[in-house]
Design a protein around this ligand. Structure first.
Ligand SMILES: [Cu+2]
Length: 467
């Protein structure tokens, strides 16, 4: 059948579910080795493919629309990486066919979230050598030791999908800022959370956007991110893709097909996996989060949030390093009633206090010379206590993947850095209800993850927003 030119739909499978004796990764390794033999000027070569994502050198004049194109901190993050994977997968598959392998090869995905055992780097990527004693093309020595050790080096916070998969497209910024951009802007929730965290925790090439795609695990990580986009769409009728013309058709991106010829694509071209130009599917698109119907119903009954108002901010930059650090955020407001408080109206004299629906903590203009520094952020942990012993005060994990590029004054945003936003509505409300919010002394703590001596991070401003 395949000899007649009919290729069945590619199915991207769970790398941890591949049956014993399956040769998907063996062929991947052979293709990687063959692609590494090609010169960096060959669009079907390993270095060229990685340079499409980024490189730490000047881009040759004739390649400016092809190299250093990865879209981060942008609503184009998901569609651009989908296009990137699509062409890479075809190039690898064509290479595999040429080497005598199967015609229907598809990129597997690394689902680190669905089983604690899957938090270890997949075994095929860890050994220095293959069974026959030859060098393993999937092994990368530069990764963090914990990643290559075979340990379950990712923790609950790295792989947690709650924030990303429950993010509303209209109010929670599932997609991120609506600008096309190589290095910085507002992160979407999937990018901010599990995407950035796995990059940072694997480390080495993966920790730096200029080198990330040189690590063969990059492609399995991004296949999973691409899969989670589909999971997010399917799990809630309120989830939908953006509909602006700019996002759908305003920007076209250049790649190379498996014949080496240029191809251009826009977002609108890659939204339907069954379209002839894509024609792939995922083994598992089931919803990993079980949401009680009552909770889902409640969130839909909420009115849409109002405009965000800045209510407090630090006045000078906060410097982070390899130690636990604290910052105090003065907020000249008294805690206010929340929108779904059930107190009957009209009992209190004077003007009604505004009802708060949403509280957001932001780290703004984050700059650093270190690659992917990562911090766990906590709110109002008592002075003498270790933040890590206060799970109830945990705000979120910030992995600053791409921060070096975003800090470069020659970059597109003049080195203004990265921004991180955390929805702290629940935790702020609990503190507020318990009388534990002192407006003059809101305390933010930073605990380094994988601390490295010499790391310096500047947070230009920590700010609090109400909506
Ligand atoms: Cu990535």
């Amino acid at each position: 059948m395949l000899g007649r030119g009919v290729v069945t739909m590619r199915v991207r499978r769970n790398v941890y579910g591949l049956p014993a004796g399956d040769d998907t990764l063996l062929w991947y390794g052979r293709a990687v080795a063959a692609m590494k033999q090609l010169p960096s000027s060959n669009p079907r070569g390993w270095e060229y493919q990685a340079a499409i994502h980024g490189l730490d050198a000047d881009v040759p004049d004739d390649l400016t629309s092809y190299w250093a194109q990865c879209q981060h901190g942008s609503s184009f993050f998901l569609p651009w990486h989908r296009m990137y994977l699509l062409h890479f997968e075809r190039i690898v598959a064509t290479q595999i066919k040429a080497l005598g392998g199967p015609a229907d090869w598809a990129l597997p995905y690394w689902d680190y979230s669905s089983d604690p055992a899957w938090r270890a780097l997949p075994p095929a990527f860890r050994g220095h050598t293959l069974a026959d004693g030859s060098r393993n093309p999937l092994f990368v020595a530069e990764r963090r030791n914990a990643a290559n050790s075979g340990a379950r080096f990712l923790d609950e916070r790295d792989v947690d999908l709650e924030d990303a998969l429950t993010a509303d497209p209209d109010t929670d910024g599932f997609f991120g800022g609506e600008q096309a951009g190589h290095t910085s802007g507002e992160f979407g929730q999937l990018e901010l959370t599990v995407h950035n965290r796995i990059h940072g925790r694997v480390g080495g090439l993966m920790g730096n956007p200029d080198f990330a795609a040189l690590d063969p695990i990059f492609w399995l990580h991004h296949a999973n991110i691409d899969r989670l986009w589909e999971v997010w769409l399917a799990r809630d009728p309120g989830h939908h893709n953006l509909t602006t013309r700019f996002w759908l058709r305003g920007v076209s991106f250049d790649f190379h097909g498996d014949d080496g010829q240029p191809v251009s694509m826009r977002t609108t071209d890659v939204l339907d996996l069954t379209a002839p130009a894509l024609d792939y599917s995922y083994e598992d698109l089931s919803d990993p989060l079980a949401i009680p119907a009552a909770v889902a119903g409640l969130s839909e009954a909420m009115p849409p949030p109002k405009q965000f108002e800045l209510v407090g901010a630090t006045l000078s930059p906060v410097v982070l390093d390899d130690q636990v650090r604290h910052a105090v955020l003065p907020t000249p407001v008294t805690p206010q009633a929340f929108a779904d408080d059930t107190a009957p109206a009209g009992l209190v004299a004077g003007p009604p206090s505004p009802l708060v629906q949403k509280v957001t903590l932001k780290l703004e203009h984050v700059t650093s010379t270190a690659h992917s520094p990562t911090y766990d952020v906590y709110l109002n942990v008592p002075d003498a206590a270790a933040p890590s012993s206060h799970e109830d005060r945990f705000v979120g994990r910030a992995t600053m993947f791409g921060v070096v590029q975003a800090s470069d004054p020659r970059g597109p945003h003049a080195g203004s850095g990265q921004d991180f936003a955390f929805d702290i509505t629940d935790i702020y409300r609990q503190l507020s209800d318990a009388g534990q919010v002192d407006p003059q002394n809101l305390r933010v703590s930073f605990v380094p993850v994988d601390p490295e001596p010499g790391t310096k991070v500047s947070v230009g401003r920590i700010s609090l927003y109400f909506a």
